[in-house]
Design a protein around this ligand. Structure first.
Ligand code: SAM
Length: 288
């Protein structure tokens, strides 16, 4: 029988899905994991009552957090993914043949296992890629302790409640900086700016003193409700953000990667932010 599942992310506002069939539900060692079937969005994964990813719209989020930093950089060999247990980010990173090594640090083995079983279209076999080193650990602890360096770090975390909280701290951002090669860039999921403005401002306040170029870019992902999903961008190499359209087009073409959302024009346009957000970010970064 179809049940209605309601997301619990916000008070007084939310989204509902018909859960036509519950495929998996359990309390893992770290969080409550639910995977169900919905007629409009396909299979949906929720952690602790919050939608993480759906089969129908996942490509927008995963393409934008992967291809924007990798094509902006142009010479990425080593990538670190923090979180991302559903495997969608790993799939997109694996599509870059120029990437030689991928480390993924995910806190919850159960998310990886259940996503492979019930949402195989996300990873599409990427967990078998020989370039991958999968580490089951807290991302904060990993970046604090590792001696490895990366060209791109992608934080594909839950929201800053529960296990994901550590991935929004000053300590995490500072240790990511230490783990970046010269010319490297950190990108992170940072929630829906209109709904979670305080989270975006807090990140701005924490990134501003650490990175020479910090900011946000965005994309509308239907099941992250309430407006534009914001992705934080942090690097000491200002030129990356200004990578020209002809250069992005050349890199994209040479990669032979077929995308459904990303293209070089979207890449550049995604950095244009609405006025309310620009002003909030400016004042947040000065308020220390
Ligand atoms: N796209 C999603 C979003 O925007 O909400 C995120 C999806 S992905 C499933 C989030 C992953 O982050 C989960 O698998 C979760 O287990 C992992 N995670 C949460 N906290 C973590 C931490 N401290 N270290 C590593 N992984 C973490």
């Amino acid at each position: 029988m179809t049940k209605v599942w309601s997301e619990t992310l916000y008070d007084a506002f939310g989204q509902h899905f018909n859960a036509d069939k519950v495929l998996f539900e359990s309390k893992t060692a770290h969080q409550h994991l639910l995977i169900f079937q919905n007629a409009k969005f396909g299979r949906v994964m929720a952690l602790d009552g919050v939608v993480q990813t759906t089969e129908r719209d996942e490509f927008i989020y995963h393409e934008m957090l992967t291809h924007v930093p990798i094509f902006a950089h142009g010479g990425v060999k080593r990538v670190l993914i923090v979180g991302g247990g559903d495997g969608g980010m790993l799939r997109e990173v694996c599509r870059h043949r120029s990437v030689k090594s991928i480390t993924q640090v995910e806190i919850d083995q159960a998310v990886v296992d259940m996503a492979i079983q019930y949402m195989p279209g996300h990873s599409q076999g990427a967990y078998d890629d020989p370039r991958l080193n999968l580490v089951i650990a807290d991302g904060l602890v990993f970046v604090r302790d590792t001696k490895e360096k990366f060209d791109v770090i992608i934080s594909d975390s839950t929201d800053p409640i529960g296990p994901g909280e550590t991935l929004f701290t000053e300590g995490f951002y500072a240790n990511c900086k230490r783990c970046l090669n010269k010319g490297g860039v950190l990108v992170t999921q940072n929630g829906v700016a209109f709904m979670q403005l305080e989270e975006v401002k807090t990140t701005a306040k924490r990134l501003a003193p650490l990175y020479k170029d910090w900011g946000f870019y965005g994309a509308a992902v239907p099941t992250y409700i309430g407006g534009i999903m914001t992705f934080a961008w942090a690097t000491d190499t200002k030129a990356l953000r200004a990578t020209s359209l002809p250069v992005l087009k050349r890199r994209f073409k040479r990669s032979k990667i077929n995308t459904r959302y990303y293209n070089p024009e979207i890449h550049q346009a995604a950095f244009a932010l609405p006025q309310y957000l620009q002003e909030s970010l400016q004042s947040a970064s000065k308020a220390r």
